[in-house]
Design a protein. Structure first.
Length: 76
């Protein structure tokens, strides 16, 4: 179950508080203190392909779209 799917079930369980509490207890994502899934892209929320250098916190796909606006040049 992905992170986004976890929140979608809440709509169905709003009227059943006991079942919702049990669902949250067993299915909530684990709190992370380190690792790749702690860092997310600021723009789209993607976990993989993360560029942390210079405090960018963007995935490589978003960085490629925004690079010229941020002042980076493409060398070929």
């Amino acid at each position: 179950m992905s992170y986004s799917d976890y929140k979608k079930v809440f709509k169905q369980l709003d009227h059943k508080p006991i079942k919702r509490a049990k669902f949250v207890k067993f299915n909530s994502p684990k709190e992370r203190s380190c690792g790749t899934s702690l860092r997310r892209c600021r723009n789209c929320g993607r976990i993989r392909g993360h560029i942390n250098k210079y405090g960018l916190h963007l995935c490589r796909q978003c960085f490629r779209e925004m690079a010229v606006g941020l002042g980076f040049k493409k060398f070929s």
